[in-house]
Design a protein around this ligand. Structure first.
Ligand SMILES: Cc1cc2nc3c(=O)[nH]c(=O)nc-3n(C[C@H](O)[C@H](O)[C@H](O)COP(=O)(O)OP(=O)(O)OC[C@H]3O[C@@H](n4cnc5c(N)ncnc54)[C@H](O)[C@@H]3O)c2cc1C
Length: 540
């Protein structure tokens, strides 16, 4: 894309396109190295999918998208930013995760591992010891595993040493378990459904089928991180995390321009030289970091004419993760769960059994809207009382639906109209009813407490953040075929792009979705490295 004379031309060391957590982490690392940085953000607020608002009902603060940040809590990069000096305070629900079975049974992940183990033993003797053995392995190698996953792939410099440490006895077995299908792992490790569903429910946060290799990774990772640091949330709402990142950035001279969409990256001689918006051109001395989806970077922001034809071919095979429907409820009181645990979990999973969870994933893969959707529920008042009026509750639930709908597994059998998959108001309201009905089965009287409800379907999510294409929340499938050196396309794994000085910094890059900042950090470190500035590679 050639540059034309613009009304307004500014020059800066780096432009970061997008102010999601990855963009803001990247910008912070660059200003730390002394660079001048401008962040362009299309929306009138920063943060991407890390934001909160009180639009559902006054006094009830809902996280508009993401809520729980175990990955941020263990991310050395985010910890290294010391965001507590910029207004961030982590708080936790009394318990980490609860799996709500029918008839009021619960599988519980407590902050205290002995309490988790004792509760699992009550369900199935022996599962407590199996849990503690897993924790023991995690204690020895978990830190290195996290570090390796968050570093560029293949690992270079510090990363290679880390990989060697992870692959020693104990670590090797853990890595082997992570590449297993989640079903295989939980069925051979545990006897009872409480422990099995705790891990499998966490595995279902990613879009890999429980029978597919690699699905155990997310289950083990979230369960073990949850056991060691909990599932923290920012006091006051998810937006506080983004605001802390912005505050830190601005305090160090960075600039965030809201309501300004990047419409093109200018390339000259194979190098990124500027970013265009509707009204100006920002020329860069050093780098452009794109916190945008891979399909938006390749083709929309940089034309195919500037890119190798093999990339176009490979991007043709890029695979999105499934769509999402999210419902927020403002409640007059706590959820009246049957068999309500003494310690309220912040995160609740709703699925009857491992088989139902498998079936749910299979339906989404087959293009069917699930009839019994697996629900991820967040009880934000339980996690952070400052978000709700006294005695009230702010909860959300989300579930996955296919990107391309071929049919509705409920097929009108549940007395509600069939979902057509166009995700207009009618479709999302039917889905919200289905989700609400599921909660009502676990918590009779739930509906009577509802003050207000908001439904965000695939279209609404994308309108609020264009990276959430079709309601995909991971920047592309987490399937093994699109991870590591295959993310976003075969031969990648690192943030560099075929254009010099242009880096992919979003969740479409390795290591993918989640609020850990690693995609942004990897891009920033690569940019610094190419400018002969030696940033620490160990994310320290
Ligand atoms: C409903 C939901 C629930 C989730 N729950 C969790 C959770 O509990 N825990 C967790 O760890 N993760 C969760 N996630 C995933 C997590 O939020 C994302 O993986 C993460 O936000 C990705 O960060 P990012 O910086 O790559 O992109 P995003 O957060 O999507 O930010 C991208 C930003 O770039 C901007 N942008 C895009 N194109 C342009 C352009 N051309 N010009 C200017 N600006 C542009 C967008 O407006 C947006 O602000 C959830 C996601 C969703 C949607």
């Amino acid at each position: 894309m050639s540059s034309t004379p613009w009304k307004d031309i500014v020059t800066t060391d780096a432009v970061v396109i997008g102010s999601g957590p990855n963009g803001l982490v990247a910008a912070n690392l660059l200003v730390d190295a002394g660079w001048s940085v401008v962040v362009l953000e299309e929306q009138n607020r920063p943060g991407g999918a890390v934001w909160s608002d009180d639009a559902v009902a006054p006094g009830h603060i809902h996280d508009t998208f993401s809520s729980f940040y175990p990955l941020a809590a263990v991310s050395p990069t985010i910890r290294g930013l010391h965001l507590e000096r910029h207004g961030l305070e982590w708080v936790q629900a009394p318990a980490v995760v609860g799996h709500a079975f029918p008839e009021g049974r619960w599988g519980m992940l407590h902050r205290d591992r002995a309490a988790t183990a004792a509760a699992l033993d009550d369900h199935a003797p022996g599962d407590g010891d199996a849990w503690l053995a897993l924790c023991d392995t995690w204690d020895r190698v978990g830190g290195d595993v996290v570090q390796m996953l968050l570093s560029p792939f293949p690992p270079l410099r510090g990363g290679a040493g880390m990989a060697r440490r992870v692959l020693r006895p104990g670590g090797l077995e853990l890595v082997r378990e992570m590449v297993m299908p989640a079903r295989t792992l939980v069925e051979r490790t545990f006897n009872g459904d409480a422990a099995r569903m705790l891990v499998a429910g966490n595995a279902a946060h990613a879009d890999i089928g429980l029978e597919a290799p690699g699905s155990a990774a997310m289950g083990l990772l979230l369960a073990m991180i949850g056991q060691s640091v909990g599932f923290p949330v920012p006091r006051g709402g998810a937006g506080v995390l983004s605001q802390a990142l912005v505050r830190r950035l601005v305090a160090r001279g960075g600039e965030v321009c809201l309501g300004e969409k990047a419409v093109g990256v200018c390339v000259e001689g194979g190098r990124a030289v500027a970013v265009r918006t509707a009204s100006r051109e920002l020329r860069v001395r050093r780098a452009v970091l794109a916190d945008v989806s891979a399909p938006a970077l390749y083709a929309d922001l940089v034309g195919w004419g500037e890119l190798p034809s093999r990339l176009r071919h490979r991007m043709g095979r890029f695979e999105w993760d499934p769509s999402t429907v999210k419902v927020d409820w403002a409640l007059a009181g706590p959820v009246p769960w049957t068999g309500s645990p003494d310690k309220a979990p912040g995160t609740v999973h709703v699925a009857d059994s491992l088989d139902e969870l498998s079936l749910n994933g299979a339906q989404v893969s087959a293009g069917l809207v699930p009839d019994r959707p697996f629900l991820l529920v967040g009880q934000m008042g339980a996690a952070d009382a400052s978000r709700v009026p006294a005695g009230g509750e702010a909860i959300w639930a989300y579930t996955h639906v296919p990107q391309r709908v071929r049919g509705d597994a409920a097929g009108g059998h549940d007395g509600t109209p069939e979902i057509r998959g166009v995700w207009d108001d009618a479709d999302i309201e039917v889905m919200a009813e289905r989700m609400e009905a599921r909660i009502e089965t676990r918590a009779p009287g739930f509906r009577d407490l509802v003050i207000a409800r908001r439904v965000l379907g695939p279209r609404q999510l994308e309108a609020l953040d264009r990276n959430l294409v079709g309601g995909a929340l991971n920047g592309g499938t987490a399937g093994l075929h699109q991870q590591l050196i295959f993310r976003p396309v075969a031969g990648s794994g690192r943030p560099e792009t075929p254009i010099k000085r242009l880096y992919l910094a979003s969740a479409s890059a390795h290591p993918g979705g989640g609020v850990h900042g690693a995609c942004g950090a990897n891009a920033a470190r690569a940019a610094l490295w190419h400018n002969k500035i030696r940033a620490p590679w160990r994310n320290s």
